[in-house]
Design a binder for this molecule. Sequence first.
Ligand code: ADP
Ligand code: MG
Length: 693
Amino acid sequence: MNYKNIYEVPLSSLRGISTAREKLFAKIDVFSVGDLLNFYPRAYEDRGNVKDVLDTADGETVSLVLEVVSPLTSARIKANRTGRPMTIQKFVAADDTGSVKMTFFNSDFLKSTFTKGRKFRFYGTLERTPRGISMSSPSYEPYSESVPLPPFVPIYPLTAGLTQKIISSCVRQSLEQYRDIITETLDEDLLRRNGFIGLYDALCSIHFPKSAEELENARRRLAFEELYDFHLKTMLMGSRERNGRAVRIKYPDMKAFAAALPFTLTTAQKMAIQDILIDITLAHDPQSEKEIRQEYAPPARRLVQGDVGSGKTIVACAAIYAVAKSGYQSALMAPTGILARQHYESIGKLLGLFGIKTVLLTGGMKAAEKRETLALISSGEADVVIGTHALIEDGVEFRNLALAITDEQHRFGVAQRKTLENKSENDLKPHVVVMSATPIPRTLAMIMYCDLDISIIDQMPKGRQPIETYAVGDDMRGRVYKFIAGLVEQGRQAYIVCPLAEQTDTLLTASYEMKSAKEYCDSLAKTPLSGVRTEYIHGKMKQTQKDEIMARFADGEIDVLVSTTVIEVGVNVPNAVVMLIENAERFGLSQLHQLRGRVGRGSEKSYCILMSPLLKKKNTNAAYAKRMDIICKNTSGFVIAEKDLELRGPGEFFGRRQSGIFSFKIASAADMELVYLAKAEAEETIRNENLRT
Ligand code: ADP
Ligand code: MG
């Protein structure tokens, strides 16, 4: 077959790829030769640093160049546990400074490989005892002075059934056999300008680097391309969306709005509200409003970022107020039923004061109730529609939808956000506001969300007390429980978070006990918390069940709620003042920060306790210890996000959190400079394209 593109070449065109193997590759999302070449090693073994036997230590993993000095002997040994007979192969190999006893198992075929006088490069872990030096089942490659072996050997992420050898031999074959159709993907000028190597060389070096420098050059080039593609995509997406028209809202009477609030807005809230109002009214103040005669505005695309508890809801509410006052409809989509209900209650009550009608639409509604609500929405009687994913279902018809808000936007896929945006019934687009409680550093946000304008609420409402945060070993458990019991006695509530739902979820096998919500909850009966009303909740429960438990907790019918991270989303229970996080070493920085944000929402002093069995070891250099220290010492989500980024890098930083769009294979934190470069180049590319068309 004559292929033109490596992504068209099926894996089966390579030697040694059976249908069974093809299936194994499919498990790691490798379907074509192109996919395979983009399947990068996760690490490299440094076999280039060859040592003399004399210089090695017990337990060391080393590379040795040795000559086989004894014939290979094969012997049958006791059957192993499976009952299958086993054979053991032994021989001795040596360099000028010492000799090593080699053992392999069930490898009779090695007789013809390890013959006296041949040299190999062995890589493995040594055992040094008074009886001598030995190595068991090392990796080996035939060695000759004239043809140097590559110093680095790639290590691929594996799936059962595929070995490193299979993958690397397929990669090598692909690079040789399909060299002609591995065509350059970046513009030549761009490569030259930035000193990047070509694609073919980069692929060769990322899989089989000949030096550390070569590897770095390949990594830079491939990381750049990933970021560059990402920027191009988002920029194109952004410019397409910004075309189009939205209704222009009249500047509302904000004094009346502010007067209806039980508190004064923070400066940061006022600024965010002002940002949105300017977007949708095109006016800086009510006076200049009079001079604007235009009926339409470009659709707003704004991200409002603010720490948990910074008061984003009221910002959304102000925008909804403005839109309703102009006679248009707004929709607010929240990730869970309980959160939607909470918004419905608080927003509905406040806006009700102005005669604005709010309805709630969730998946769990009864059919008749739902029909009624849908009618209110499509007739336009409902000014505000608050709900869950139910909002973007087919049967929902909006009337004069002018504003679409997504709360906790990281919980939704881009596609879901877009579906809501496309719900307007005519050619007009709604203004879009997305709210996020996962702060990311401003610079990075500007780059990554380049299709959105950004407002940041970096200030907490007055009177909030900082949450006292401690990291403790689990030897403190008794004292912590007594402390919580005391607070419950005073009428307060607490959360306890465990990383797993049920003990059977042993995916994360750890060498120590991992707490699970259900069993944990049961075990509390034997602790100082035995008298309190406890309940557990986890992500595998049905949504309605979760909502019901959360509602009972919010109503004060449960004192201590044991949960997995399902409570992460912004439910507001001001009476909850303790957050105990078990196995805190398992959680990432921003997750810990999010969890902590569940408490400290009322006037009472709140506490966050990070508990970990590992803390007894006092290993302050371990990554988990650093994370916990950062949480104890910092309260601002933005500062924590900066540190998170430093520790982990944007690839992982985004990958985990954003469904799909930000999954970088190779770009990382060390690449901040590349992020900027890629953005600049992408802008340049788009400018040039526009000039051409
Ligand atoms: P989040 O940003 O996490 O969504 P919310 O909007 O839920 O935060 O607000 C958290 C709590 O703070 C709510 O009870 C809200 O009424 C209150 N709140 C919001 N703004 C202020 C303010 N300016 N002053 C005092 N309390 C406020
Ligand atoms: Mg919120």
